[in-house]
Design a binder for this molecule. Structure first.
Ligand code: ZN
Length: 464
């Protein structure tokens, strides 16, 4: 008998946020499903970033095998930054694995699906990191109404155009709902990026139950009413969680003080388009350099008060200027996101020991300590995570006056969510589910072959 698996991703969703949405009855359909499901915390990849995490969720293997560490990596000549594409994903993803074994799949907004790799029986709508939305011609009548933000078309969220945002979100929800109901599929994989994008920019509005934001989540909830009746196995998950942090960590600032990083005389790292999607869109005001330097020297409590006064005077949201970039070519080592690239390899142990001593850093690994596989070469030399529990999150690659600056902001957290529903499943709380476990669980449920080198294990689905 035909069995159907649906995976609905809620990028960046965390339990403390979802439980609020449930309490406010903003997502009643998902709430109802959750009450009768297996659920748990989903441990993200190291680092908890959408690129590696979604790719690991969709492949069942670690970044050393699929090759994706972030959306961007430094180019080989260290002259710039390259945005990854589907060509950089070196392992089959579940929508492709299913198609290879002669079943049908639909995949919507999975990161790094542009340009579309063609597999018979697999229909794709590309993701928000595409230069433009592309789709498999077979689903044209549905996909042509799908309006996503892309690298060339910024989300209306950036301009706080909430009505336009609602129209766009509705176009995506309606497309997904129509595909769910009207196309024949065995695996349906769709990712909603909206939670992540909203939490990055408007975390406080979400937590204040702002009506404009709630309307978006309420619209997305329509999908759960439909998918519950169609799928035999429904998995709702996020790639990482979200939280408020108190300090922004600038690893290259630490490196500059260690004499490893060389400042760029001018901006050498080009502003990349995808930054526009995740940066805070509020009006930014550049503080005069002298004032900024002064602020960096005063205790953070005073800095905070001064910035507040400044903010009131100017009536704009002040983000202190952080435009001093680094020159990777002249640096002995530098950080890009959660990765550290070491150009003078003999310094590796020294850098590791210095990072381990920093109170801002929560973990440091040489790549071979946490990753394994043929794509190890594509990984940075070191992988770092900030001291999440101490309230620290990474803030950027620029050089700031201090390695850790007091700033309240929201950022990714390693604990995502997972909800698994099938008929008669015994509701309980699961422990220790990892991003790698999703693919083997789906393949097992569909009765398909599981690749031998998969890193995850099949999740046990106890029945009542
Ligand atoms: Zn994400």
């Amino acid at each position: 008998m035909k069995k159907r698996v649906a995976v609905i991703g809620l990028d960046g969703m965390a339990w403390h946020i979802l439980n609020k949405l449930f309490k406010w009855n903003i997502m009643p359909n998902l709430k109802k499903i959750t009450q009768k499901s297996l659920k748990g915390t989903l441990e993200s990849t190291i680092p908890p970033e959408s690129g590696p995490a979604w790719t690991s969720l969709a492949t069942g293997v670690n970044p050393g095998k699929h090759g994706v560490f972030g959306f961007t990596i430094p180019t080989k000549d260290y002259n710039g930054i390259k945005i990854l594409s589907s060509r950089d994903v070196k392992y089959l993803r579940i929508h492709e694995m299913v198609a290879v074994q002669n079943l049908k799949s639909i995949c919507v907004n999975q990161i790094l699906t542009y340009p579309i790799k063609k597999f018979p029986g697999s229909y794709v709508i590309t993701d928000w990191l595409s230069p433009e939305i592309r789709y498999s011609p077979e689903i044209k009548e549905y996909a042509e109404n799908y309006h996503g933000p892309t690298l060339t078309k910024p989300s209306p969220l950036l301009k706080k155009n909430w009505d336009a945002e609602y129209a766009d979100v509705s176009s995506r929800v309606d497309t997904i709902n129509a595909l769910l109901q009207e196309i024949d599929w065995d695996l349906f994989w769709a990712v909603y990026s909206e939670p992540d994008h909203l939490f990055h920019r408007y975390y406080d509005l979400v937590m204040k139950k702002d009506r404009k934001v709630m309307r978006l989540f309420n619209k997305i909830d329509e999908t759960f009413k439909i998918v519950e009746d169609i799928a035999d196995l429904l998995i709702v998950l996020s790639d990482h969680g979200f939280r408020k942090f108190n300090y922004g960590v600038y690893v290259n600032t630490l490196f500059e003080k260690m004499g490893l990083v060389k400042k760029a005389s001018q901006q050498t790292i080009k502003d990349i388009a995808c930054q526009r999607q995740v940066d805070n869109p509020r009006i930014q005001f550049r503080l005069p350099e002298s004032l900024y330097t002064y602020l960096s020297k005063v205790p953070s409590s005073i800095e905070f008060v001064l910035l507040k006064i400044y903010k009131q005077l100017l009536k704009v949201d002040i983000r202190a200027k952080m435009t001093t970039h680094i020159n990777p070519k002249l640096s002995k080592a530098f950080a890009h996101g959660f990765g550290v690239y070491i150009r003078e390899k003999e310094l590796t142990d020294y850098i590791v020991s210095m990072l381990k001593r920093s109170q801002f850093i929560g973990g440091v690994w040489k790549k071979e300590e946490i990753y394994h596989g043929k794509q190890l070469e594509a990984m940075p030399d070191l992988v770092i995570v900030p001291n999440f529990n101490g309230g620290y999150a990474l803030r950027g690659d620029a050089i700031a006056p201090k390695p850790a600056m007091r700033r309240e902001f929201s950022a990714h957290h390693p604990e995502g969510i997972i909800i698994i529903y099938r008929e008669n499943v015994r509701p309980s709380w699961m422990q220790g589910i990892r991003v790698y476990d999703i693919v083997p669980t789906i393949l097992d449920f569909l009765g398909l072959d599981i690749p031998e080198d998969i890193d995850g294990t099949v999740i046990d689905l106890p029945k009542d």
